[in-house]
Ligand binder design. Sequence first.
Ligand code: SF4
Length: 280
Amino acid sequence: MNEYHILNLGAGVQSTALYLLSREPDAKFRFDLAVFADTGEEPTAVYRHLDYLRALGAPDIWVRAAGKLGDDLVNGRNSTGQRFASIPAFTKGPDGKVGIVRRQCTKEYKIDVCERAIRRELLGLKPRQRIPKGVILHQYFGISTDEAARAERAKKRFEGVKHTVPHWPLIEMGWSRKDCLAYLKDKLPHEVPKSSCVFCPYRTNQAWLTLKQTDSDGWKRAVEVDRALRDKGSVVTRGFRQELFVHRSCVPLDVIDFTKLWPNTIDPLTTGECQGMCGL
Ligand code: SF4
């Protein structure tokens, strides 16, 4: 029997806590490796945080990518430039009703990337080749007790999946996000940054304001991709009659005055999450 223990590392608070917990002398779980699926669009602080974790040496962290998500929305993913994976952008219908686009980014840039790394690189399988008998993949997820709905959705992903045993150690330990933060306090020389694409529409007004005030490169990129969502030359605009926006007000990002919005109000349309462990 070949058993592998793999951490889905989103590089946010919870999965960072799991990573560091596994290095404790009395750890209840250990990882053979951690996989970070990189959309190429994280804030600089996340890449710095990843470098810090990787420098610890073990367990090994694989950073793998399917491309650069924002560029692929503009140019497409295949040689004909037709293919793209939608992000959960907002649209406004003629009746003024705001809707949200069904996203494919989580699956294609997060979940599939991790699966491919495990199948092809760890197990050496060819595309569509079955996982051999006797191989068990233990996949670990940093979901805490305050994310019950997220845990349920994640569990569904593995229903009927052979060879893979999902684990949610933080839930088993009864740890909330607050517990993770308390644990991390003395473990790192920096705060764990929020991990998600800089233009991800799953963001509160407060989070947009913080991005604008603290990460000029990230903000510039978010504005650039927001504009590209309405550029007639972008692949992503094909097939959509209505214009796309990253902010739920359906106003271009760079003209919004976030200091005049309700910064701490959590909008139900922005509380979705990237189940590919974007750390949201
Ligand atoms: S962070 Fe947002 S935009 Fe990026 S992959 Fe996840 S859901 Fe998509």
